[in-house]
Ligand binder design. Structure first.
Ligand code: HEM
Length: 412
């Protein structure tokens, strides 16, 4: 008889509540921390749940490669997206990965991001002014959580914000579980054309932006490499933050005790964001960070054969009782723990300092500006998206002010 762990179960995706992690996570953590699962596209992978195993997989690129091919899990349709260009460094290993990542590291260091905070605050305030001018209910996704990180990353790179539709489209296409290779290629080509025009303009007229610095300081990069790097940053730089902000706002509005802690201690906002990141990123849509075993390797007593896919689950690792007590509960009084919402090891999120600054400023400013903010519909009626690599809310209708529909409170 086959060992039960070898028979794949469908990738667990069901939730008891839209704002709770996948139902199977605690059981997998307890009983089957290394479990073969079948992704919706028919590809099998070892789902690795425990925090310790997550770190073992993601910190060891010599044995767990980030390179992908047409048989990767996660995409609903097995496709051949344009993934393996060298400059797509999130999908490469070793020196190739380091070569490109090094060129960007200083742009996202703590000091550089700290200098950006007043600018991020101004962008946030302007958007909240705009929110306040709307009549309620207002959709916070289209007015706040999506445009703020989009504008921040566009300005950081030096891409005119008028082109936001192109990079928002490229992001949602490349993260969609339904998109075909052709869809992804088409949206990348369109964005590539726009970037080509920006490169031409900045070559002759450099400004204080990342594209100008790359063009003038990293002269070994050719246009194709530059295009791939910038597409990666534009996509990674807004979609994840926007989604997370939407989930965090919905969650705090659903848990008034936690929201009260958040607003009572703005000086602890950084710590609160860490706890939100720990609990909510768990609400990942794609089954985890995908790696491929380079050689036969054992994890938690389970042999994983060379060539097999591994899905390291952030959702599970962050909820592992070994990480912190009562890990399944959001507790904004909790001292920060070493969660893996930004990954772990050499591929850990390059933009995490930026994401943290954006989230902290967005959440603090939103709840101080609208102290009586509330959902305009029951949470169950919010349109959640679970057809993407990143789980989130498509729309977040909110209201504020008197409950009888009086004019909104505007304090700005
Ligand atoms: C809440 C927001 C964010 C979350 C949860 C997040 C999460 C992650 C995770 C889990 C990884 C690791 C992927 C892996 O190991 O395979 C990653 C990588 C990456 N992230 Fe983020 N991210 C966020 C925001 C950002 C922002 C604002 C940027 C800005 C450009 C960014 C840029 C990147 C890049 C370039 C990589 C690839 C790093 C590499 O492979 O070396 N991310 N992110």
């Amino acid at each position: 008889m086959a060992h039960p762990a070898l028979d794949p179960i469908p990738l667990p995706r069901d939730r008891d509540h839209v704002l709770r992690p996948v139902r199977e996570v605690p059981r997998l953590l307890r009983e089957e921390p290394v479990r073969k699962v079948r992704f919706p596209n028919g590809i099998d992978a070892w789902l690795v749940s425990r925090y310790e195993y997550f770190c073992a997989v993601t910190s060891d690129p010599a044995r767990f490669s980030s390179r992908k091919d047409e048989t990767e899990p996660q995409k609903r349709q097995i496709s051949r997206p344009p993934v393996n260009q060298p400059a797509a460094f999130n999908r490469s290993d070793g020196e190739q990965h380091r070569h490109y990542r090094r060129k960007l590291t200083k742009e996202f260091m703590v000091k550089r991001i700290a200098e950006m905070r007043p600018h991020i605050q101004r962008i946030v305030d302007e958007h909240l002014d705009d929110v306040a001018r709307h009549s309620t209910p207002v959709d916070l996704v289209s007015t706040f959580t999506l445009p703020v990180p989009s504008l921040v990353i566009a300005e950081l790179l030096g891409v005119p914000y008028g082109h936001r539709q192109a990079f928002q489209d490229a992001a949602s296409t490349s993260m969609s579980l339904h998109a075909t290779a052709a869809d992804v290629q088409q949206s990348f080509a369109k964005l590539g054309e726009i970037l080509g025009r920006v490169f031409d303009a900045r070559s002759s007229d450099p400004r204080e932006d990342l594209i100008s610095r790359l063009l003038h300081e990293q002269r070994d990069l050719d246009r194709e490499e530059l295009t791939i790097l910038c597409i990666g940053l534009l996509i990674a730089g807004h979609e994840t933050t926007a989604n997370f902000a939407g989930l965090a706002i919905a969650t705090l509005l659903q848990q008034p005790d936690q929201l009260a802690k958040f607003t009572a201690h703005p000086e602890r906002a950084g710590q609160s964001v860490e706890e939100l990141l720990r609990c909510l990123i768990g609400i990942e849509g794609g089954g985890g960070l995908i790696r491929r075993a380079v050689e036969d390797v054992e994890i938690g007593g389970q042999l994983i054969r060379a060539g097999e896919w591994v899905a390291a689950s952030m959702a599970a690792a962050n909820l592992d009782p070994a990480l912190c007590p009562h890990a399944d509960q959001l507790d904004l009084d909790r001292a920060p723990v070493a969660h893996v919402s930004f990954g772990y090891g050499p591929h850990a999120c390059l933009g995490q300092n930026l994401a943290r600054a954006e989230l902290e400023i967005m959440l603090v400013s939103l709840f101080s500006r609208f102290p009586d903010l509330r959902l305009a519909v029951p949470v169950e009626d919010l349109p959640f998206r679970d057809d993407m690599l990143v789980y989130g809310v498509r729309a977040l209708p909110v209201t504020w002010g008197a409950r009888n529909g009086e004019a909104p409170v505007t304090t700005g």
